[in-house]
Design a protein around this ligand. Structure first.
Ligand SMILES: CC(C)(COP(=O)(O)OP(=O)(O)OC[C@H]1O[C@@H](n2cnc3c(N)ncnc32)[C@H](O)[C@@H]1OP(=O)(O)O)[C@@H](O)C(=O)NCCC(=O)NCCS
Length: 204
């Protein structure tokens, strides 16, 4: 049972240098940004093409898939914006990436979400993915009752694996996950989570 959730435009999870906020269905600035971010050479090299090859497809994706996650969980794909100076507001900040906390779509959902991130190539290596991931996880545990968090990434994505370690997740081996189309993935989890991943529905 899900209810519609209207993502508040001015809501933000502030961290020291960033704001984390909801993608707004119907906001062309957000869909244009998402289209750009997920079509950089860097992103396609590590994640492959998403199929969002026009801003219009990105707008539809936000209105359906992203909104669907918000309706089910009050979290999902969220915007990461960089403050131009300490204490700057969300409106003053510049979009630099996406951080996500996703449970997947039923019936392929696990019981706990996984964290993901993309930061514009020109802003890489400054700790922003790490800061955004910590911010969204802390918020979800504190305000949304999220108990466990996974990190899944392709085994060869050393940079992403480093981020997962820096945010305090623990390596739990590799599996071919159905949610990743059966591709071999490295699995990370919060240290306090059960060693038996079947408890969370991971039975692949
Ligand atoms: C992965 C990604 C989000 C990292 O963003 P970022 O803001 O640069 O991340 P951070 O700066 O917080 O941390 C990156 C860490 O990886 C390290 N790193 C960079 N290149 C590396 C490499 N080739 N091998 C191992 N570690 C590497 C950095 O040194 C840094 O660690 P450190 O702080 O200990 O020095 C960004 O590169 C990206 O968007 N990539 C494309 C999309 C993607 O792969 N997303 C992950 C999907 S699971």
């Amino acid at each position: 049972m899900t209810t519609d959730f209207t993502p508040p435009p001015s809501f933000s999870i502030p961290t020291e240098r960033l704001h984390i906020s909801y993608l707004q269905p119907g906001n062309p600035t957000h869909s244009t940004f998402l289209h750009h971010l997920w079509n950089t050479d860097e992103f396609i090299k590590s994640e492959g093409p998403t199929g969002l090859d026009t801003p219009e497809k990105a707008a539809k994706f936000i209105a359906t898939r992203v909104q669907g996650d918000y309706n089910r969980n009050k979290h999902g794909q969220m915007l990461v914006s960089l403050k131009p100076h300490l204490g700057a507001s969300l409106a003053e900040s510049k979009m630099i990436g996406i951080v996500s906390l996703m449970k997947g779509e039923p019936p392929n959902a696990y019981t706990q979400p996984d964290v993901g991130y993309t930061i514009l190539p020109e802003e890489n290596g400054k700790g922003y993915a790490t800061e955004a991931a910590i911010g969204v996880i802390d918020y979800a545990r504190r305000e949304l009752g999220v108990k466990g968090v996974f990190g899944f990434c392709s085994s060869g994505n050393a940079r992403s694996r480093r981020v997962l370690e820096k945010i305090g997740l623990e390596f739990r081996g590799e599996r071919k996950l159905t949610v990743f189309g059966g591709v071999q993935s490295a699995i990370y989890a919060l240290p306090e989570m059960d060693q038996d991943l079947a408890v969370y529905g991971i039975t692949d």
